[in-house]
Design a protein. Sequence first.
Length: 291
Amino acid sequence: MADLNITFLLELKNESPNWKLISCAAMFGIIATMGIVINFSVIYVTIRTKKLNGTVNYLLALCSFFEILHQFGHFLFVYTAFSGQNLIEYRLAAKILLIPMLGVTSNLTSMLFTGVDRLIILVFGEMHNKFKIRLYLAMITIISVFCGCFVCFNVFNDGALYGDVMITGCIIDFFKFATTFHFVIFLLIIIMTIIVYLLVGMVIKFKSAGLPSTDQINHRVFRALCFIITLNIGDYFIGMLVVSLIKLLIPSPITACKMEPHSLQLHQDVSAIFDKGHRAKAQFRIALMNN
């Protein structure tokens, strides 16, 4: 397996342009561009529509903001592939992708808080109404950003250990260098998020029975959002498991140059686009129903 990795590294180093890498990077670039536009639309609708001033709308917009940061990170991979450079030092890539890495981790954390917020509203609605909303949302934002900064700090420090290792510049390359501790933290956040959204879906289904048609429509919208986000976070979960398996089977740092994880990340990004597009659609529907 190590020989295959070395062969692939030499292929990327000596073959310019590498059409396999370019085709993969082109898909990343297209999907990232779509993701940025769709996520921006969610933020725009939230800001422009006064009816969308609840906690869930702010948190969905926050998730979209972090996802925009994440999507911008894919353009480094696009650059390395289309320029014929193919590979870039881990140290330099870590500096360039610090903000996108912050977006990835902060998005995971904010999705967890979005689910928790929904669950609190459904189960303890009166208590939620007593929250100081600005302070409440500010704390969620600060915690999400802190988690992202923590990962960025560790990625930057890893640059000293793997500084000369050549990678393609794909964001998922960095996760293959993460320590066991970081993987456990990521998996815990992802698993907790899945559980929370499943609980939200169950509570909504239970409470929807016998409600007026207008309330049922609202519940269906939020249930759809819950289902879509659960699928999205599920992709992150599968991705982390696959990367963990790669780390166990191929411990050499050269595994960062393998192509399989790129296909996995591409699948995650397609799912994210599907997720954010439906979020934007749901935001519009809620706005229309409230007007």
